[in-house]
Design a protein around this ligand. Structure first.
Ligand code: PEP
Ligand code: MG
Length: 567
């Protein structure tokens, strides 16, 4: 048995067989010519065969897929047989160039042409680039890029996953996610939690495991072990029982002494909103609007945006839906808003800052949100990501007012916002703590880097102090106004989905928690076992801990239910 210790980011215990995510396809060398005795005819024949194979493979995958994955696979399958693409490549082969290089160049020209056409056609540019990589893989005889196709379920192992990989990730086939990179707040972790898949990140060495190896994965403790033993087989059976008990949430979350903690959902579009409503979420605490448009080359029209937002609002009539304006940049680039050549994108033009370089996009988005809100029954709140100064908060509140949106708010995910919460909250009506980025920026540790996972931990007492300061800032702001009611401060970062940390956050005075709908029941179950005063004393314990591990251990030791449930 070989053990790999990573960081558990989504609970669940499973045994399954390994499939490694193939490496991205490298660009064939610029001057790659036809090899040896290969004639242009041979190369053309090989290219046609590869294109046919890729087309057939994508088509058969599309047949068994559903939803967004099906759409993506169908569009890509069509592109693989596109006569313009193949004709372009044949022309280049006839100049003596290798089939790999020829399809690479032809793909680039077609993608550029589609991009220049704009609108729907521009969206297909990414499909062409995907197809050319698949054809090159087939010509080279290596595995196609992206999530591997498989008839049987498997444990997916990768360096890290990008948000775009989720489009073809079939949760019926993937039993668990394990990455050698990524941190607890990385997108792999977010994706895994939203799909309810056990996941371990920062598990150094796992990418050397052979396909087909049998592994035990514990998404709570972070252990990945080969050749599972009898105890691990029993642990998997016990988890199956817990998981079915935890799949029920009655929509009501209170501490043992009756203190109400509304639990909301984080969603990336209408389909997730419908699932969240069915799972008992009391509203949406974070609509990541950039997730609705991740594959877009160009700015979505106002009508397209209205349709997307309405889909979410309609799932929650009479309930609160917090829409976050586009948070493009860093690990979520949107071609129409972000500059991919920035040297340090996490500290660059991202989130609200894109209003500096792409003026008008934010106003049009607010207009679309207001139009969708006007024809729905949801209680629509709007917040801006990456707010760093009171001036920015005031400017955003002004834009919301101009659009007729009456409940503006800010995300607190940059330490300066937590430190100046009292002033930042004055022009707006609420704050939502984005603990993923707040941790990354407080600890100066890229949330995507596996080796920094220990720093990138929301249990860091420094992060908890900033949460505490934000709540205190809101109380102080209310006192300045002579009002008893402080403006609400919620949490929508991944910290809210960790049941032990959720207890600490409630103890620190946070008013609502927003998370993937899969975690609602676990968080509610654990919160129901403690009183508000107990949560406050656990919060003090965590705040005064010397480090993140100690903070987590101290709190978990007082919550035995966590181990009982395998959380
Ligand atoms: C956060 O930073 O905590 C957050 C909720 O936003 P995102 O994860 O989308 O950056
Ligand atoms: Mg963020």
């Amino acid at each position: 048995m070989e053990n790999f210790q990573g960081v558990g980011v989504s609970p669940g215990r499973i045994i399954g067989s390994v499939r490694q995510m193939p490496h991205p396809i490298s660009e064939p060398p610029r001057d790659e010519k036809l090899a040896g005795a290969t004639t242009a005819e041979d190369a053309v024949a090989a290219l046609r065969a590869a294109s046919k194979l890729v087309h057939a493979e994508l088509k058969s995958r599309a047949e068994t897929a559903s939803g967004a994955a099906k759409d993506v696979l169908e569009a890509t399958a069509l592109m693989a047989a596109d006569p313009m693409l193949i004709k372009g490549a044949v022309k280049i082969i006839n100049t003596g160039t290798s089939a790999e290089r020829a399809i690479w160049e032809a793909g680039a020209s077609v993608a550029e042409m589609l991009h220049n056409l704009g609108g729907y056609m521009a969206e297909r540019a990414t499909d062409v680039l995907d197809v050319r990589a698949r054809i090159v893989a087939s010509l080279r005889g290596v595995a196609a890029p992206g999530i591997p196709a498989s008839d049987t379920p498997f444990v997916l192992i990768a360096d890290d996953l990008a948000p775009a990989d989720t489009a073809t990730l079939d949760p019926a086939k993937v039993l668990a996610l394990v990455t050698s990179g990524g941190g607890p707040q990385s997108h792999t972790a977010i994706i895994a939690r939203s799909l309810g898949l056990p996941a371990v990140v920062a598990a150094h060495g796992v990418t050397s495991l052979p396909d087909g190896a049998s592994v035990f994965v514990d998404g709570a403790s972070g252990l990945v072990a080969t050749n599972p033993d009898a105890a691990q087989v029993d642990a998997v059976a016990a988890w199956a029982k817990t998981a079915s008990a935890l799949s029920q949430f009655d929509g009501n979350c209170r501490t043992a002494d009756g203190h109400l903690v509304p639990l909301l959902a984080n969603v990336g579009g209408a389909a997730e909103a419908v699932t969240a409503a069915a799972a008992g979420a009391q509203g949406v605490g974070l609509l990541r609007t950039e997730f609705c448009f991740l594959d877009r080359e160009t700015e979505p029209s106002i009508d397209e945006q209205v349709a997307e937002y309405r889909g979410v609002f309609d799932a929650f009539p009479g309930r609160k839906v917090v829409v976050r304006t586009l948070d493009a940049g860093a690990d979520k680039p949107l071609p129409f808003l972000t500059d991919s050549s920035e040297p340090n994108p996490a500290l660059g033009i991202r989130g609200y800052r894109t209003d500096l370089t792409s003026p008008g996009v934010l106003e049009r988005q607010l207009e679309a949100i207001a139009l969708a809100a006007a024809v729905s029954d949801a209680d629509v709140w709007v917040m801006a990501p990456m707010i760093a100064t009171p001036d920015e908060a005031e400017h955003f509140a002004g834009l919301c007012a101009a659009a007729g949106l009456t409940t503006p708010g800010v995300m607190v995910e940059v330490p300066s916002a937590a430190l100046t919460a009292e002033t930042i909250l004055a022009p707006v009506k609420f704050a939502s703590l984005g603990t993923n980025d707040l941790t990354q920026y407080t600890m100066a540790a890229d949330r995507q880097l596996g080796p920094l996972a220990a720093l990138n931990n929301p249990w860091q007492p420094a992060v908890l102090r900033l949460v505490h300061l934000t709540v205190a800032g809101s109380t102080a702001e209310a006192a300045t106004r002579g009002d008893d009611a402080a403006k609400p401060v919620g949490v929508c970062g991944e910290a809210a989905a960790d049941p032990a940390l959720a207890v600490v956050l409630v103890g620190l005075g946070v008013s609502t928690l927003s998370m993937t709908s899969r975690s609602l029941s676990a968080v509610a179950t654990v919160l129901a076992t403690i009183t508000l005063v107990e949560a406050q004393s656990l919060a003090s314990l965590a705040l005064s801990a010397p480090n993140a591990i100690e903070a987590r251990n101290r709190v978990r030791a007082r919550l035995p239910i966590l181990d009982q449930l395998g959380l």
